[in-house]
Design a protein around this ligand. Structure first.
Ligand SMILES: Cc1cc2nc3c(=O)[nH]c(=O)nc-3n(C[C@H](O)[C@H](O)[C@H](O)COP(=O)(O)OP(=O)(O)OC[C@H]3O[C@@H](n4cnc5c(N)ncnc54)[C@H](O)[C@@H]3O)c2cc1C
Length: 416
C-alpha cells in the first residue's frame, strides 16, 4: 500500500561515486544549520544528507564527508555533522574490538528464527514489519522503510524503542528487519544502535519513544494522519533486559600485509569498500579486476530487490572506475557466491594472488576463512589490506564515543 506521505518526494540514494559527491557538495550549505535541523523528520529528508548508503559501502569516504563542509564553514560550525559522520567509524571500531557481540547477535537471532516456542513472537514481529500494529505512526515508518530502504535517525530510534519497550519484541528481530531493508544496513551501526536502545550498549540507559518527542519533531499533519495508538507512547516503561556481561575488548593482531610476489595477481572489489582506486591497493599493477556481490548474504538476510539493485549499480560503478584507473579489464560477477566467482575468475586469468581490502566485522568478514581456504586449495593467496586511517582509529574505541572523538581529533591533527 502506498503511504500518504509518498509521493512526493521519495529521496533518491546515490549509487555511484559521482552522484554521491554531487549530493555531498549540494548538502554543504545545509551542514551549517545541521545541528539544529537534523532531528526533524520531514518529508523528503532534505535537512539531512541521505548519504548513508554511499558512506556505508565506501563510494565516498568519511574523511571526504568531514572535509567538504570545511570549504565553507569553520570546523566549530559543522562539528555536529562531522561527529555524526565519525559515529559510524566509532561503531565499526567498537565492534572490531569486540567481535563476539556480532557473533552472539547472529546466534541469538538464529534461535529466535527457528525456535518452535517463538512462533507467536515471530508472527507479531511480522505484523509490525508489515505495518499492521496498533500504533499507526509506527506502521507508517515500517512502510516507509520497506518502500524506500531508508528511515530518518529519529524514526529509527522511535521505532526501535517502541519495538523493544512497548511491543516487547526481541531487539534481535527488529535489528534483522532493519539490516535487511535499509540500503545503508550496516552490521556495526545497526546492531549497536539497537543494543543502545535496548539498554545493553550503555548499561542502564534505554531509549524510550515518547509522544511529546514525536509531536515536537514530526509535522503535525503527519501525526494527525497517523494518530491511532499514540496514547500507547504516553507513559512508556523501559523493559529491563537481564544484565549481560560487559563485552571484553580484544585488540586484533593483524599480520602485516605481505608483499605481492612478482606473479600474476588480480584485485577483488567487494561491497564493503567501493573506492579501490584511492586505497592501499592503488599503486598496484593488477592483471585483472573483479567486483563480486555477496550473494550468499543477500539470500541469507533476504535482501529485497531494491537493495540488490542498488548494490549491483554501486558494484558496477566501482568496477568501471577501477578499470579505468588501473587500465585493465574489470568485471562484475554478482550472481554466484563470492568463492565460486573468485575461483572462476582466478582460473580464467591464471592468477596466483588476489589482493583486496579487508572487510570489517560482518557477514563477508565471517566468510573469509572459508574463502581463504578454498583459494589456498587452488594455489591462490588472498592478501588483505587496510586503510591506514582505519588502523590508526581502531584501537581508540575502547570506551564511549566522546572519548573516541577527542582521541581521534588528536590523532588526525598529528597526521595519524
Ligand atoms: C536503531 C538504529 C539503527 C540504525 N541502523 C543503521 C544502519 O544499519 N546503517 C547506518 O548507516 N546507520 C544506521 N543508524 C544510524 C543513523 O540512523 C543513520 O546513519 C542515518 O540516519 C543516515 O542518514 P543520513 O545519511 O541522512 O545521515 P546524516 O544525518 O546526514 O549524517 C551523515 C552521516 O553520518 C553517519 N551517521 C549519522 N548518524 C549516525 C548514527 N546515529 N550512527 C552512526 N552513524 C551515523 C552516517 O554515515 C550518515 O550518512 C541506525 C540508527 C538507529 C537508531
Amino acid at each position: 500500500m502506498k503511504d500518504e506521505l509518498f509521493p512526493p518526494p521519495i529521496p533518491v540514494f546515490a549509487s555511484t561515486r559521482k552522484d554521491a559527491l554531487d549530493q555531498l557538495n549540494a548538502f554543504i550549505p545545509a551542514t551549517g544549520r545541521y545541528s539544529s535541523a537534523r532531528n526533524y523528520v520531514l518529508p523528503g529528508h532534505t535537512n539531512i544528507s541521505r548519504l548513508s548508503p554511499a558512506i556505508r559501502h565506501r563510494l565516498i569516504l568519511e574523511s571526504e564527508c568531514a572535509a567538504a563542509p570545511l570549504r565553507r564553514y569553520a570546523a566549530s560550525t559543522v562539528e555536529k555533522f562531522t561527529q555524526e559522520v565519525y559515529w559510524r567509524r566509532y561503531w565499526k571500531n567498537w565492534l572490531s574490538l569486540r567481535p563476539k557481540v556480532w557473533s552472539d547477535y547472529l546466534d541469538q537471532l538464529a534461535v529466535l528464527q527457528n525456535d518452535p516456542n517463538a512462533e507467536a513472537t515471530r508472527a507479531r514481529a511480522a505484523r509490525c514489519e508489515a505495518g499492521e500494529s496498533p500504533v499507526a505512526i509506527m506502521n507508517h515508518f515500517a512502510r516507509e522503510l520497506v518502500e524506500t530502504g531508508y528511515l530518518h535517525n529519529h524514526a529509527r530510534m522511535w521505532f526501535a524503542g517502541w519495538w523493544i519497550h512497548i511491543e516487547r519484541l526481541p531487539w534481535q528481530l527488529g535489528a534483522d528487519f532493519f539490516l535487511r531493508q535499509l540500503l545503508d544496513g550496516d552490521p556495526a551501526s545497526n546492531t549497536l544502535s539497537w543494543r543502545w536502545v535496548a539498554g545493553l550498549q550503555t548499561p542502564g540507559k534505554t531509549y524510550l519513544p515518547r509522544r511529546s518527542n514525536l509531536e515536537k519533531y514530526l509535522p503535525p499533519e503527519v501525526l494527525a494522519m497517523h494518530h491511532v495508538g499514540l496514547e500507547l507512547l504516553e507513559q512508556p516503561q523501559a523493559l529491563i533486559l537481564s544484565n549481560e556481561e560487559r563485552p571484553t575488548v580484544t585488540h586484533p593482531s593483524l599480520p602485516p600485509t605481505p608483499p605481492l610476489r612478482k606473479s600474476r595477481f588480480g584485485i577483488w572489489i567487494h561491497e564493503e569498500d567501493l573506492f579501490i582506486e584511492q586505497s592501499p591497493l592503488a599503486s598496484l599493477k593488477p592483471s585483472a579486476i573483479l567486483a563480486t556481490g555477496d550473494t550468499a548474504t543477500w539470500t541469507r538476510f533476504r535482501y529485497p530487490e531494491y537493495k540488490i539493485n542498488w548494490l549491483r549499480s554501486a558494484l558496477a560503478d566501482a568496477a568501471k572506475r577501477a578499470g579505468s584507473a588501473f587500465g585493465v579489464e574489470s568485471r562484475v560477477l554478482a550472481d554466484s557466491p563470492v568463492t565460486d566467482a573468485l575461483r572462476l575468475w582466478a582460473y580464467e586469468n591464471q592468477l596466483q594472488q588476489i589482493a583486496a581490502m579487508r572487510p570489517e566485522i560482518g557477514p563477508l568478514h565471517d566468510q573469509l576463512p572459508a574463502i581463504q581456504a578454498t583459494l589456498a586449495q587452488a594455489g591462490i593467496d588472498l592478501i588483505l589490506a587496510d586503510r591506514s586511517e582505519d588502523l590508526a582509529l581502531r584501537p581508540l574505541a575502547t570506551a564511549g564515543f566522546f572519548g573516541f572523538w577527542e582521541k581521534m581529533q588528536k590523532a588526525l591533527k598529528e597526521g595519524l
